[in-house]
Design a protein around this ligand. Structure first.
Ligand code: HEC
Length: 124
């Protein structure tokens, strides 16, 4: 009987250590698998081409007013479109006012401009 009483603290310590191990291994299993940083953006499956998609978008909807020498920003030149990209995107978005005096561009069109920005505003 005395021997068992003597061993109770030891058993408690072993119990604590064991429960610790079990708890730690359980929490470890819950750590989510990290998503690869180069995972493709589901909203931008294709690389947007400046020389076709963006140029067409600007020429068809904006360049009439925003040409070289027209209302700034110049939306016919790559450097000007690149440097003003975020205000151009905002101007076409839900709370934007462009194109002026015309109906808003389709969400899918605006999305393409947003993808072009997130893909690095390539002159491709
Ligand atoms: C009918 C003429 C006209 C068209 C078409 C037009 N704009 Fe504008 N835009 C203006 C004028 C005028 C201003 C100056 C501010 C104002 O009057 O709202 C302006 C201002 C801007 C500005 C700067 C101010 C702001 O709102 O951030 C941006 C960016 C812009 N336009 C982008 C565009 C884009 C992108 C398109 C095509 C999708 C477009 N505009 C089409 C006339 C036009």
């Amino acid at each position: 009987m005395k021997k068992i009483l003597k061993n109770i603290p030891l058993m408690l310590i072993i119990g604590l250590v064991l429960s610790r191990v079990i708890l730690v291994s359980c929490t470890k299993e819950k750590v989510p698998v990290p998503v690869a940083s180069n995972a493709p953006d589901p909203n931008c499956p294709d690389t947007i081409k400046f020389s076709t998609t963006i140029t067409d978008m600007m020429n068809n909807n904006c360049a009439g007013c925003h040409g070289n020498g027209g209302t700034p920003p110049d939306l016919t030149a790559y450097a000007s479109i690149r440097d003003n990209a975020s205000s151009i995107l905002a101007s076409m978005g839900a709370s934007g006012t462009m194109p002026k005096f015309a109906s808003k561009l389709a969400d899918t069109t605006v999305q393409k401009f947003s993808c072009w920005i997130s893909q690095g505003k390539l002159n491709n």
